[in-house]
Every structure is written in C-alpha cells, then in structure tokens.
Design a protein around this ligand. Structure first.
Ligand code: GAP
Length: 348
C-alpha cells in the first residue's frame, strides 16, 4: 500500500523523540511547506488568478530565448544576463543579507551546443570565481563546492557553488550549473512552442543546453563588504577602513578645502564641478581634515583631494590614497585624467 506524504511524515515523526525533553510524540503532524510566495493577480481571488513571485530570474530568460536570439542576431554559444528581484519563502532569514525572503539575483543563461556543455561549464566555473578576485576579493577566502552527482538539483547535470568564508563560516555566493536542456524542453512541452535552435553552419536543429551562472547580488555585496572591512591602529588611533576595489567604491573621490577661507572653497567647488561630470565625488568642508579622511576611509572612498595653501601658489592639490595613506601632489588641471586612469586600471 502506498502511503500519502502526510502519512509518511506522521509515521516517521511518531518514531522520533524530542531532542530537548526526550519525550516521544511531541511533534505536530507533518505539514506542506511552499518555498514560493503565492498571490493573486487582478481583483478576483480565485484559483484562476493564482500567481507565484519568481524564486529565480532565470525563467524569464528561457521563455524569451528565441526572441533575443533572433532580434539580437546571436549565434550559439551566447548568453543572456539579467539582474532583478527574486522571492523565496525561506523558513528562517538569517545573517543579515545572507538569507532574506526578498533578494537581488544576477543570473546569466549561456546557450550552448549540447556536445560542448562540459567545455563551457568549466569555462564559466573558472571565469566566475576570477570575477570576484578581479574585484579585490581575497582568493584564499573563496572556494568551490562541487555538488556530488547524487545531490544535484532535478535540472542539473553538473553544479558547483562558489563559496566565501564569512565570519559565520563558508557560504555560497554564486552557483554555476549545467541545466542541460531541461528548462527549454519543459517550456516547449507546456507551451507547445518550439524552442529549437537551427545552426546554419552544421545544419543541426537542437534544443540548446544551458550553462547558468547564478549570483546573489545582495549576498555578494555582503561578501565584498566583509572582505574589505579592516580596523587598524594608525599613530595610536583606531582607523576603520573599507578597502573596496575602486570600481566598487560608491564614492570615488572626496574633495576638501583645507580651510573655509582664502579662496580655497571656490577652487574646491570648481574641482568638484569638473570631476562630478565623470566620477562620483563627495564634497566635505566640515571639521578637521584628518577626520574628513577617516570618514571617507569608512565609506571606502579610494582617493581624497585637499585644496591647501600650496594650491594657492602653484595650482596643485594633495591627493591622498586610502590604503597606503600616501600623499602626492597633482596639478588641478590633471586631476580628471589621473583618477580616470587610476580607477580604470586598478588591479586587485
Ligand atoms: N537559478 C538558480 C538559482 O537560483 P540558487 O543556488 O538557488 O540558484 C543562486 O541561488 C544565488 O542566489 C545563491 O548563490 C545566493 O547568492 C542567492 N540566494 C539564494 N537564496 C537567497 C536568499 N534567500 N537570500 C539571499 N540570497 C539568496
């Protein structure tokens, strides 16, 4: 006799003792749990209006695969990437942005000829870990966790998690999956519309395999924050510094007049107006200049410009580097080239 899910749950639970009090039969009956958020579209709340918030951005890409391929005149292999909200009815939210019920994903579905799936899976596995390193994440804090063949998701032929070592332990920040042709085939099956690709050169017609790179934007953001936060002592004082890669830093340059007189604010405002056209900058004229540096260190700003007495004499300013705290002088009229060059060529 086949048991219903609920009966199986009941039977199993009746055999377990509570790990805290040791008593038997203390559990409630097993209940169904839906990881997707269910709601209704339109004014009528009946079964025909039921919809689910997307738990991944991927599916919209699959149904639009042939539209994008045709309109963008793409040949396989090519990828479609998207960033957007995803929603999961997680049992527990925890560790700040690590598990939330509403989060941001950035996914790419890369369409390949089935016979090349292994090559592209290996390629994206390497590329994606290197992407985090290229934006300054420490390599020793990253690792792969390859899924055992018996633990793969129903759609996957091969899968790995890129993990980061958070203060609370190793956790996945991105998944790379060989999703085979599972998704496109299922969309074909249920919509009745072909999602086959015709290869002009080989004259083959096939449903492409998909290599998926699926990163949590919010979770990765937290990993970047954790990885770049340092507290150190400088000349007997505590310094908090966010060593964000210049490409990630929300403010690229802080601009300070040393004092609010002698024409320094006017020069500083001119420099601000000029740089703002090209970079995110922040003007600060409040408090001692040392404190202003510290505030920008905490915000992760890689460079600060101070307009000082020497500026009035020779039209150069002090440029201070967040990480080394070294100061050099740069001509007012060379600042834009200097920063654009520094930020574009910044290495990890
Ligand atoms: N399309 C495949 C997919 O969604 P996943 O491993 O379930 O794969 C991909 O999710 C990424 O999304 C994870 O590596 C993680 O960074 C992020 N993510 C998943 N659930 C999350 C949650 N509840 N809160 C924050 N980020 C989450």
């Amino acid at each position: 006799m086949l048991l219903e899910d609920a009966d199986i749950g009941k039977t199993l639970l009746s055999k377990l003792n509570c790990p805290q009090c040791g008593n038997a039969n203390t559990f409630t009956d097993a209940r169904k749990f839906n990881l997707m958020f269910k709601t209704f579209i339109g004014p009528v709340e009946d079964s025909s209006a039921v919809v689910y918030l997307r738990p991944e951005t991927a599916q919209g890409i699959f149904v639009n695969f042939l539209n994008v391929q045709g309109s963008a005149r793409q040949k396989i292999p090519f990828g479609i990437a998207q960033i957007g909200k995803a929603f999961r009815n997680e049992i527990n939210t925890k560790n700040f942005l690590f598990i939330t019920r509403e989060f941001e994903q950035m996914e790419m579905q890369f369409f390949v000829n089935p016979k090349d799936d292994k090559k592209w899976y290996d390629y994206w596995k390497t590329e994606r870990l290197n992407w985090f390193v290229s934006l300054g994440m420490r390599k020793e804090k990253l690792r792969y966790h390859d899924h055992h063949p018996t633990k793969l998701a129903h759609y996957a032929k091969e899968a790995t998690d890129i993990e980061y070592e958070f203060p609370f332990g190793w956790g996945e920040i991105e998944g790379v999956h060989n999703r085979t042709n599972f998704d496109l085939s299922r969309h074909e099956e249920y919509s009745g519309k072909s999602l086959k690709y015709f290869d002009e050169e080989s004259k083959e017609k096939f449903v492409p395999f998909i290599i998926e790179t699926s990163a949590g934007a919010s979770r990765s953001f937290m990993a970047f924050l954790v990885d770049s936060l340092y507290e150190e002592e400088v000349k007997g004082e505590q310094r908090t510094v966010l060593r964000l890669h210049p490409k990630l830093a929300p403010i690229k340059v802080g601009i300070f007049p040393l004092v609010n007189k002698d024409g320094m604010p006017e020069i500083a405002r001119n420099i601000e107006a000029d740089l703002r056209k090209h970079l995110k900058v922040f003007y600060d004229d409040k408090g001692a200049v040392g404190r202003r540096y510290r505030r920008q260190d905490e915000a992760g700003t890689p460079y600060c410009v101070t307009i000082d007495t020497e500026t009035l004499q020779n039209q150069t300013v002090t440029v201070r580097d967040r990480d080394s705290m070294e100061q050099i002088r740069v001509s007012n009229d060379k600042l834009k080239e200097y920063f654009v060059q520094k930020i574009l060529t910044a290495q990890d």
